[in-house]
Design a protein around this ligand. Structure first.
Ligand code: C5P
Length: 408
């Protein structure tokens, strides 16, 4: 796939963190996409990846210091900082972030960051406590507020860390950094949703009956995940609240795992404020009234009666959330017959702004293709059967036009 990286010049600043090994993979991906790379390696970074590995991968010895005559004669550090189309700091350690935020220039990496006239993309990597520390958060906020060309961030991710703790702080995986680089280089026109927060729900919910059984449905989550990816690719900051599915989180998207409808509702609430919400999850309408604490045994008297109780309608609740309501709320209506009329009824019953009427009479669940009609206040737009990715792109483009005010 052409990512628009052919011939583009990336200056990678590699800080001292265990995640530095992932930057080697990032360099490989960049080269495969046709980009050219040069590396500035901090003293601490050189404890994690060797200059030799970097020289072999990039075809140029990495720059390691301000006062290296041979390095400086090849290309002065100011020239190097301007050579790049984009400067990428990966891993961006707490130390590098702090120096950049304060304009402290005491080594080649930090000097480069204030000598450059190009945008800087940082991929933070540190222990969760460090990332959450108010000093680090203040530095990140300060950098994010710098005027153009400015500083952008990708990640960090949440997950297991090399130090054995869990939480936000992991450097995002190389494919996600690659996607963020491509988005940065594509420029603002390719990121019409930059600065907008989006909430997407996807997948089924799982409503436990006892510790081993539950009620669920066949939703694969593919359409919702594709929408989350399409919104993120257009610059939105996306929180994907996902029921149990077997899919990887799209690059640059923050995923929150949930099981039950009530957990999904709480996660959606926690994701507010948001500018827009796209609710694709197939939420179970009912849940067992009681969840047995032990496995329900087969008894001679026949199967147990399963008393059900209604789940909250997350979409309807969000649409009626008063001042916390996202400016644009999009629902999905899976219908087998009388598609448009039923979807229109659902639109007004749920109080959302748009509804995607999804014809599920054909093969949709778990499939890669889908057909739909978008119903908005202005009318209808029909999307013939196409891949779920293409349908997601059409919806994300329509949402972007709504926010930017560009006509179709
Ligand atoms: O009522 P129905 O399930 O057909 O409505 C579909 C739409 O409502 C979808 O956008 C779905 O994500 C949302 N929904 C919800 N919470 C529910 C049921 C449906 O958010 N409990």
């Amino acid at each position: 796939m052409d990512m628009g990286l052919t011939g583009r010049r990336l200056l990678l600043v590699i800080g001292g963190g265990i995640a530095a090994y992932k930057t080697l993979e990032l360099i490989r991906l960049l080269h495969r996409a046709g980009a050219e790379t040069r590396v500035v390696l901090t003293e601490a970074g050189s404890r994690f990846v060797t200059p030799l590995s970097l020289a072999a991968l990039t075809g140029h010895p990495p720059r390691t210091g301000l006062f290296q005559p041979d390095e400086e004669t090849a290309m002065g550090h100011i020239e190097l900082s301007r050579w790049a189309d984009l400067v990428v700091v990966a891993p961006a350690t707490a130390g590098l972030i702090a120096k950049a935020a304060q304009g402290l220039a005491d080594d080649l990496a930090s000097t480069t960051l204030i000598a450059t006239d190009k945008r800087v993309l940082m991929a933070p990597a540190m222990n969760v406590r460090m990332w959450l520390h108010p000093a680090v958060q203040a530095n990140v906020a300060r950098l994010a507020a710098f005027p153009g060309p400015g500083v952008a961030f990708v990640g960090p991710d949440e997950g297991d860390m090399a130090c054995g703790e869990f939480g936000p702080g992991r450097m995002v995986e190389p494919p996600a950094i690659l996607a963020a680089i491509a988005a940065e280089l594509a420029g603002p026109a390719a990121r019409p949703l930059a600065g907008r927060r989006a909430l997407v729900t996807a997948g089924p919910t799982f409503e436990p009956i006892d510790p081993v059984r539950g009620l669920t449905n066949r939703s694969s989550g593919k359409q919702g995940y594709a929408i989350a990816a399409a919104l993120a690719a257009r610059g939105a900051e996306v929180t994907l609240v996902s029921g149990p599915v077997a899919l990887d989180a799209p690059p640059g998207v923050t995923r929150v795992w949930v099981e039950t409808a009530r957990e999904m509702q709480a996660a959606c609430d926690a994701a507010l404020p948001a500018d827009l919400a796209v609710m694709t999850a197939a939420v179970a309408d009912w849940r067992p009234d009681q969840v047995a604490t032990g496995k329900i045994k087969k008894a001679p008297g026949g199967p147990p009666a399963l008393a059900l109780t209604e789940n909250p309608d997350i979409l309807a609740g969000l649409s009626a959330a008063g001042p916390r309501r996202p400016a644009l709320v999009v629902g999905f209506a899976a219908e087998t017959d009388d598609l448009i009329a039923n979807a229109r009824r659902k639109l007004s019953r749920k109080g959302c702004d748009w509804i995607v009427a999804n014809d599920v009479s054909a093969d949709v669940f778990g499939a890669d293709g889908n057909a739909a009609t978008l119903i908005t206040g202005d009318g209808e737009e029909s999307w013939p059967r196409q891949s779920k990715t293409a349908l997601a792109a059409a919806l994300a483009d329509r949402i972007a036009r709504h926010f930017t005010g560009t006509p179709a």
